[in-house]
Write a protein that binds this ligand. Structure first.
Ligand code: NAD
Length: 497
């Protein structure tokens, strides 16, 4: 067993000569830092630099983490809710104190820009504070009864132990927005972060641990999805699983959880569209689309990847989009780049292959590349494609890179139908000055989130988040007050006096 507190390569440490060693990310099991660091993670912007080393978790690690969680949960649930919230507030304060180091680690392991990473650390901090405040919020109602001398109340109870399985693209914020509502509601959790980004999750674990969270209430097990993730999903001690990641993995996990009727929440892929109408301002609409498509290197489930544009604005909009795209020059996030690196060579290959396939099938490349040859780091330029049929894979399939397709539609109705033609339904946007069409779009767009004259990506932490169709389980929403519903069950109590 290794103690991270005395670990020389602790994530926030620098050597005395100021040189940063590769950070060590360990498991946190039953309040102890464990595991032999074995899996190397290189900085996608500087592949020669080792960003992190983490242990390859096993089914035994999962077993130990779940045993600890089961042991710790009843006492945690018995604490007054404001006391549980107080731990989250202290953890938020620690994230804030360590924000600079955490943001740098996040850039090194994931590749996004420092501004994006700093924003993510702030988001995780705010998320902990938001959910801590729910420790003081009402969690039930008093209802009238038809019976004399009787009071009816409702209350919500924690389910027990939750498994959280998270992706690499928001490696700190997503673990935070799943763990915080679970913990404040009185559950214990076991988090399995993405293999590519072990450090950010370790920073969250470290903050919760240092904030005084009792041993076993929050456990972290690094490792492969097929080993650690599967072991978690299949374990009867897991009362519920919250997953964010690809649709294929999510649906596979749902089958496992459904078979034993455990609770499951999935946030999965997207192919989010923006409809640009003739009455929009071309520059403003292009800014909305560019921010949604190229921000976060396009590696966001809410990223814009399809644009439908009506004939009157098409030319001006496309010119403005291409001009604005050119400003998203990819580079090292720590060197002030406007757009960060692609997370992995596999993702880079996937981005380039998607563009090359479209070009081979006759698409026109307005700006960008279909070449995956890394130039120093794993960089891919902002890419705009046009002149594609509606059923081309570049139009229908998630790419998860800075690639957007622009297609012409004759009018609003055809545009709305095109937006809704996707198998996914996470976010959808419209750029228009027409209140009537914006309102109609808000009502008829098949998506969990609708943005009018705003980028499809980016949501406040206090609003419900989730999609429909293949984007989500479309049952429980994440974030905001509503998030606690997934982590609790409702009870109706009759009190006769
Ligand atoms: P992924 O599905 O490959 O991995 C997600 C997590 O699942 C990782 O921790 C991984 O280790 C684990 N995993 C993989 N195989 C598993 C298995 N067989 N059993 C259990 N766990 C397993 O996704 P990714 O590549 O990390 O992330 C990109 C995907 O995430 C994209 O499709 C994106 O749209 C989606 N995403 C969705 C949202 C949302 O809110 N809808 C947010 C962010 C990312």
């Amino acid at each position: 067993m290794t103690s991270l507190a005395t670990e020389p390569n602790a994530p926030w440490a620098k050597n005395s000569d100021g040189v940063r060693p590769p950070a060590v990310a360990l498991h946190l099991i039953d309040g102890a830092w464990e595991g032999e660091p074995a899996v190397e993670r290189r900085n996608p912007a500087r592949p020669a630099e080792l960003a992190a080393v983490s242990p390859a978790g096993t089914a035994e690690d999962v077993d130990a983490a779940l045993a600890a969680a089961v042991r710790a949960q009843p006492e945690w649930a018995a604490l007054p809710a404001p006391s549980r919230g107080a731990v989250l507030i202290r953890a938020a304060g620690l994230l804030e104190e360590r924000a600079e180091q955490i943001a740098e680690d996040l850039v090194r392991e994931e590749g996004k820009t420092l501004a994006e990473a700093s924003g993510e650390v702030k988001r995780a901090t705010d998320v902990l504070r938001f959910f801590s405040s729910l420790g003081w919020a009402p969690s039930g109602e008093v209802l009238p009864s038809s019976l004399p001398g009787t009071t009816v109340t409702t209350r919500r109870e924690p389910l027990g132990v939750f498994a959280l399985i998270t992706p690499w693209n928001f490696p700190l914020a997503i673990p935070a927005w799943k763990a915080a509502p679970a913990l404040v509601s009185g559950n214990a959790v076991v988090l399995k972060p993405a293999e590519l980004t072990p450090l950010s999750a370790t920073h969250l674990a470290r903050a919760l641990h240092d904030a005084g969270l009792p041993a076993g209430v929050f456990n972290l097990v690094h490792g492969k999805g097929r080993v650690v993730g599967e072991a978690l999903a299949r374990d009867e001690r897991v009362a519920g699983l919250s997953f964010t990641g690809s649709t294929a993995v999510g649906l596979h996990l749902k089958d496992i959880l459904d078979a034993r009727r455990a609770r499951v929440q999935l946030e999965m892929g997207g192919k989010n569209a923006v409809l640009v109408l003739d009455d929009a301002a071309p520059q403003a609409a292009a800014a909305v689309v560019a921010a949604g498509a190229f921000g976060l290197t396009g590696q966001a489930c809410t990223a814009t990847s399809r644009v439908y544009v009506t004939p009157g604005i098409r030319e001006a909009f496309v010119d403005a989009l291409v001009q604005q795209a050119a400003a998203y020059v990819p580079g090292d996030g720590l060197d002030g780049a406007r757009m960060g690196a692609v997370v992995s060579e596999a993702q880079l290959t996937q981005d380039a292959a998607a563009v090359r396939g479209a070009v081979d099938r006759g698409a026109r490349l307005l700006i960008g590349s279909d070449d995956a040859a890394p130039s120093g780091g794993l960089f891919f330029p902002p890419t705009v494609l046009t002149e594609l049929p509606d059923d081309d894979p570049a139009v229908t399939d998630e790419i998860f890179g800075p690639v957007v397709v622009v297609l012409e539609v004759p009018d609003y109705e055809a545009g709305l139908a095109a937006v809704n033609s996707s198998q996914y339904g996470l976010t959808a946007g419209i750029c228009t000055d027409s209140l009537a069409l914006a309102s109609d779009f808000a009502a008829r767009a098949q998506a969990g989130v609708v943005k009018i004259n705003r980028p499809t990506s980016g949501l406040d932490l206090n609003v419900p988040f989730g999609g429909i169709k293949d984007s989500s389980t479309n049952t429980f929403r994440e974030q905001g007050r509503t998030a606690v519903e997934f982590y609790t069950w409702g009870k109706t109590v009759y009190l006769g006096v």
